[in-house]
Design a protein around this ligand. Sequence first.
Ligand SMILES: Nc1ncnc2c1ncn2[C@@H]1O[C@H](COP(=O)(O)OP(=O)(O)OP(=O)(O)O)[C@@H](O)[C@H]1O
Ligand SMILES: [Mg+2]
Length: 287
Amino acid sequence: MAMRLRLDHVTADYQIGPVRSPRVLREVSMSLQPGTFTAVVGPTGAGKSSLLKVLNGLLLPQSGQAEIGDITIDGKSSKRLLKAVRKRVGLVFQFPESQLFAETVEQDISFGPLNFGAHPRNVHALAEKVIAQVGLDESILYRSPFSLSGGQKRRVAIAGVLALEPEVLALDEPTAGLDPTGKEELLSLLKQWNKQNGLTILMVTHDMESVARYADDVVVMEKGRAVFHDSMRKLFEDTERLEKWQLDVPDARRFQLEFEVRSGTRLPRVCLTEDELADALIEVGRV
Ligand SMILES: Nc1ncnc2c1ncn2[C@@H]1O[C@H](COP(=O)(O)OP(=O)(O)OP(=O)(O)O)[C@@H](O)[C@H]1O
Ligand SMILES: [Mg+2]
């Protein structure tokens, strides 16, 4: 059964030694439908990473609650419940490759499933499955994670989370530091898992071009609040709002706006990629 995620007036802060930090999430309510690809954007410090941590049971609500399918977590949830949530919502941290530690890639990937009670006899097949899923050759399972390239390490780290067979994959800036090809390849993989396997994806990113190309929906975080949650196309309709939230406008949309001002011709729709822009220009007879 596909699982819905819901936050209901979630407020959260961090315990720093004896004191609590200022609130990092303020009355955040949202509902994420199964099978959606949602980007989470917003300025630095807005609470994007904290939002992912709440959904994965790593940061507990101070007030309000989070529903992960039929599990409800609040400030008093038990360790057992939180562990169940961690299996359902796989969290890929920023630069996840920094957490690789085992002697071989296979051992690294197997660590999570074994920890969650998978039978040792089954983990090899699982490792083979997820290494193929991230587009790497099976032979890499027997190598040291430290002998791999940056992009390969990143994929291995993501494979380790996929090995938990989560229903939701939450990724914190998964393309940070990758070259353009590596970035494009990783985003295509995410899109493929989303469309073909119905994996629900939540991705924090600063890259609005990626949002425009890959996301269905967008959540904008600002000062601990979710100030926008709607379709990606809706977000780019109103560019003034984007400036206020310090969000970039995709190149195609920027070109469209300049064109419309200069030519006095309105294009029939919001264009977010070069292809869409080319089609719209043809339709109005400008190409
Ligand atoms: N472990 C922590 N202890 C105390 N405060 C924290 C901790 N992690 C984050 N914060 C604070 O919580 C607020 C929100 O941080 P968060 O990491 O969720 O923001 P973000 O939107 O992910 O930012 P960025 O784009 O820089 O990654 C910030 O003010 C940050 O300083
Ligand atoms: Mg962050």
